[in-house]
Design a protein. Structure first.
Length: 626
């Protein structure tokens, strides 16, 4: 029998502590999430979840069955380290793995769902066949347990001729589809001609909003939206698309859909509506409201899910971030959709300085340690009660990252870049106070251009605790540590997503279809995976993002989904590198789970947990809480 290598354990205390600080929330009832992947000739890498809801010292046995034969236990002693195992086996045909969680007396407490791998056709990914409508292509995904079986389903946004808001032209109607991990199509929602297609229009939230164990889907709808069972919302014949391809008239709705069937459960008016002058633009007057008058900045939407009371999730829909900004929170409870609060920068002088602070994305976290979530909306933060918490007044930006980026400081930090030129083109903010810890100036060249378009934070250098930070553009060069001190004139050529993939505590880099690792000694990146060689592509043009990256199954490290070039499959890649680190699934950390819900929004950003993962994380485990 093979023995599991000695593993370094970090207990579930990190997530348990983060959960306690975040209040009493509803972590999903997930199954063991066993996955097996070909890792080379005669090798199969198996991994599974440690749940955040079970004892941190849970022990496991792993069983293998070849071609339907009696299962054989692979470990001599119960597995107490990292929740993974490298199996060496020469077999053709099917191989099935099951994981047994053990009680203290050694008897089985729980037996996992089996996972079968077909060694007659071994591939290093999990294939999810999809049905892409003619003229469409698969784009962003979300994941949630739609049917309550403890396994995630995939919700896929199919796009047809998408347009940026600044570009005219008629688009196809956005389509949302749901699939099981085996490729069974559950439903299809067509949002209709009165919802324009593009990254800034349809932000779809998928989450269990009422606590019944099955997720709902919430998004903006309009006349002509057809739900998953064929029912039409509003007037099926209405068409408000103008000659430029924009939609500046007609009712706007917010709809809750049943996750298992796609059936529309409740529809209400979208908040905020277009300003009345949108129907009859008057130039400067409308420009003062949203930033322009032709359908560009008034239709910049964001969305998220947040635990505004600390115990129950609410959905927050937003409009605008260049000038006027409005966020509206809704609750889905007991079959009713109710409005909780609205934050509007034009509602009073008190919030005037909060206008124009939005990003092309957002984040959700408990920044003040009261157990309730705040919405980090770029350069300003909205408190759980719908009031402004603070604003940096630094303006609009394209990318940001929220986590315990500096483990030597209490609380969470925000690394963010700025589109307007300023002395804070890239900067770090203390989210408990709004204090700017350090900043790096943008450099204007010949009076042209903008601030940096990309910025990333990740712990990639073991010599320094906390995340390293870098950006692309605006003359901000070099790699800095979390104190803002430059540690290298060179930067990784990847400044997009970050991902935990290999066996150490550092984070890897994800851009286009490639996962790379920064070699801090040679100051170069090495490639760990290029999914393009397996027929995959990235999404969203130059943004070059995956369909989703998240801890979908297996151990705590993250998976990536990319669509194939021909649009017939989603391919799910998971690491095959053993790790010495034991952590509960990141999906049982509230901040991380909510990040998966908002990842499809705007310019997609990577997810972050509420606690520090990185070099020296054991040392900082007992860091002073906020």
């Amino acid at each position: 029998m093979l023995k599991q290598p000695a593993m370094m354990i970090i207990t579930a205390t990190l997530i348990a502590t983060a959960t306690a600080q975040a209040g009493s929330w509803q972590p999903e009832r997930l199954n063991r999430g066993v996955v097996a992947t070909v890792a080379g000739e005669g090798k199969i890498f198996v991994s599974w979840r440690l749940l955040g809801t079970e004892p941190e010292d849970t022990r496991f046995d792993l069983y293998r069955s070849v071609a339907g034969q009696a299962p054989v236990k692979l470990n001599d002693q119960p597995l107490t380290g990292g929740t993974c195992f490298m199996d060496e086996v020469n077999a053709r045909g099917s191989i099935t793995y099951t994981v047994h969680a053990l009680k203290p007396d050694g008897s089985d407490a729980q037996v996992s769902q089996p996972y079968t791998i077909d060694m007659a056709h071994p591939v290093p990914y999990r294939s999810v066949p999809i049905q892409t409508p003619e003229g469409y292509s698969p784009n962003d995904c979300s994941v949630a347990d739609l049917d309550g079986d403890g396994e995630y389903e995939i919700i896929l946004h199919q796009v047809n001729n998408p347009k940026d808001n600044s570009h005219s032209g008629v688009t196809g109607a956005p389509i949302l589809q749901a699939y099981t991990l085996s490729g069974k199509k559950l439903w299809e929602i067509n949002l209709g001609p009165n919802i324009r297609e593009g990254a800034h229009y349809t932000q779809f939230m998928v989450y269990d909003l009422d606590g019944d164990g099955r997720a709902e889907l919430v998004c903006k709808t309009a006349d002509g939206t057809r739900d998953g069972i064929g029912n039409v919302i509003g007037d099926p014949n209405a068409n408000y698309v103008n000659e430029a391809g924009y939609i500046l008239a007609g009712p706007e709705f917010l709809t809750v859909f049943d996750g298992s069937t796609g059936r529309a459960l409740a529809t209400t008016d979208y908040i905020p509506p277009r300003h009345p002058d949108t129907l009859h633009p008057t130039g400067d007057q409308l420009k003062d409201i949203w930033g322009d008058g032709y359908g560009n900045r008034c239709d910049r939407f964001l969305a998220c899910v947040a635990y505004l009371d600390g115990e129950h999730p609410s959905v927050v829909m937003a409009r605008g971030y260049y000038t006027r900004t409005v966020l509206a929170a809704f609750d889905w409870r007991n079959g009713k959709l109710t409005h909780r609060w609205t934050f509007d920068t034009s509602s009073s002088e008190q919030w005037k300085n909060y206008a124009g602070q939005g990003n092309h994305n957002l984040s959700v976290a408990d920044v003040d340690g009261d157990g309730k979530d705040e919405i980090i909306y770029g350069g300003m933060v909205v408190d759980d009660d719908g009031k402004g918490l603070f604003t940096t007044q630094l303006g609009h930006g394209d990318a940001m990252h929220v986590s315990d980026l500096d483990p030597t400081r209490p609380g969470l930090e925000l690394y963010r870049i700025q589109e307007p030129f300023s002395d804070a083109g890239a900067h770090l903010v203390d989210l408990s106070t709004g204090q700017i810890i350090w900043k790096r100036p943008s450099v204007r060249r010949d009076g042209k251009g903008q601030g940096p378009g990309r910025g990333l934070a990740a712990d990639i250098d073991p010599r320094y605790p906390g995340a390293e930070c870098w950006s692309f553009g605006a003359g901000i060069t070099g790699l800095v540590n979390i104190n803002g001190d430059k540690i290298s004139e060179n930067t990784p050529n990847s400044c997009n997503f970050a991902i935990w993939w290999d066996g150490d505590d550092l984070r890897e880099l994800l851009d286009k279809t490639t996962i790379t690792k920064w070699d801090w000694q040679s100051e170069k990146v090495t490639t760990l995976l290029d999914a393009a060689q397996y027929g995959c592509r990235s999404n969203n043009g130059t943004k070059a993002t995956p369909a989703i990256s998240a801890d979908l199954f297996g151990d705590w490290r993250e998976e990536v989904i990319w669509p194939t070039e021909d649009g017939t499959e989603l391919r799910v890649f998971t690491t095959t590198i053993p790790t010495q680190r034991r952590l509960p699934t990141l999906m049982h950390d509230r901040q991380y789970r909510l990040a998966i819900a908002w990842q499809n929004v705007g310019y997609n950003q990577p997810p972050w947990p509420s606690f520090y993962i990185g070099q020296g994380m054991d040392q900082f485990r007992k860091k002073t809480s906020r």
